[in-house]
Design a protein around this ligand. Structure first.
Ligand SMILES: *Cc1c(COP(=O)(O)O)cnc(C)c1O
Length: 370
């Protein structure tokens, strides 16, 4: 029996149910179902939550990334065939956005400590065709540093943040989503701030990029029936904006809840066989609490036997995916090692209490693989 589920979305939603239902009814009654005031208010809230000048609501996180890159293509900042540096251990969407624009991903290995791109390896990967560093704040820990900023400045590269997992995170008081030139957010239901369906956003201080993204997401049109780009339909639904306003208003509460659970794990798990994650680059918002265990399958079976649900984010890195056969020959041993060893423990504060985290820590401490 699962005593400690990994994630129960119905339970997450239940803790916001009254407000969500009220907001839902408001939208139903309004007669406005795509865009409108709910979307504008949400965009304003999101921009101010991270300090960016502009936020544009879009249909999902993958589209947010695609729209940023396509926006830069339309603005003449990059063109198909150019290179974009990405971490080798990211979620597939990061890479899909790059290849979808005809850009070439250049994989840089992560650090085993941060599990984020190893910024000491970035400069060696820069070529005359490199246009951007697409940094991913994986698991909620910021992947941004002065070194990364300096390399980008030295080579004239854009820094694009994949902030799908790190809303509320920060480095030296600067929020993710406002560290580089543009950032993509996902509000997929399992993310720290989740919609009741798919949703995403782009933030930037660059008004030209914001305008391009907004137009591209609306068939390439900024004026009705006048199309300046061959665009997409990737707008944010009014109902999702209304849901997200409810969730975003409680971002700090959500983040503190996650941090409290991570602190229980960090302070109580002691087992030679289990390597704990480190909060080293800034404020970690613990989208996932990811430990490393050499004999992962056995560990997961043991946890399940003791009533603890776990997950693996992610079992196969992008260069190992069947859709990317052209990259299967690359040697990316750190990404492979992480893919083989990572295990995520329950960390959603709506499903896991600090007491649960303490009980789970004890179960982890009793794990022996001999
Ligand atoms: C979830 C996620 C995405 C994609 O977001 P969707 O809203 O699911 O399209 C992109 N990058 C990362 C790192 C993610 O975790």
């Amino acid at each position: 029996m699962i005593r400690y589920p990994f994630l129960d979305l119905a339970k997450v939603t239940a803790s916001y149910a009254c407000e969500l239902k009220e907001a839902c009814n408001r939208v139903i009654d309004s007669g406005r179902y795509v865009g409108g005031e709910e979307v504008e208010t949400f965009e304003t809230m999101l921009a101010s939550s991270c300090g960016a000048a502009y936020a544009v609501g879009v249909a999902n996180g993958l589209d947010a990334l695609r729209l940023i890159l396509r926006g830069y293509v339309e603005l003449g900042e990059m063109k198909p065939g150019d290179e974009v540096i990405v971490p080798s251990n990211t979620y597939i969407a990061t890479v899909l956005a790059v290849t979808d624009m005809g850009l070439t991903p250049v994989f840089v290995e992560p650090s085993l400590v941060t599990m984020n791109i190893d910024d000491t390896l970035i400069e060696a990967a820069v070529t005359p065709r490199t246009r951007a560093i697409l940094t991913v704040h994986l698991y909620g820990q910021p992947a941004y540093s002065r070194l990364m900023r300096d390399i980008a400045a030295r080579h004239g590269l854009k820094v694009i943040e994949d902030n799908a997992q790190a809303i509320g995170a920060s480095v030296d008081g600067m929020s993710t989503g406002h560290l580089g030139d543009a950032a993509a957010f996902s509000f997929y239901p399992t993310k720290n701030i989740g919609a009741i369906g798919d949703a995403g956003a782009v933030t930037t201080d660059d008004s030209r990029l914001a305008d391009a993204v907004r137009a591209l997401a609306n068939y390439g049109s900024s004026r009705r029936y006048h199309n300046i780009y061959q665009g997409y339909n990737s707008r944010l639904d009014t109902i999702q904006a209304a849901m997200l306003k409810v969730r975003l208003a409680r971002l700090e509460e959500e983040t503190e809840g996650r941090r409290a659970i991570a602190a229980v794990y960090g302070g109580n798990i002691v087992n030679d066989r289990v390597i704990l994650p480190a909060e080293v680059t800034g404020r970690h918002v613990w989208h996932q609490y990811v430990v490393r265990v050499a004999d992962r399958d056995r560990f997961r079976a043991y946890m399940l036997d003791h009533g603890v649900g776990t997950d693996v984010n992610y079992p196969l890195s992008p260069h190992r995916q069947p859709c990317y056969k052209e990259y299967s020959g690359l040697s990316l041993p750190i990404a492979d090692k992480l893919a083989a060893e990572v295990v995520s423990l329950p960390v959603n504060p709506a499903c896991t209490s600090p007491d649960d985290a303490l009980a789970i820590s004890e179960i982890v401490n009793n794990y022996r693989n001999d």
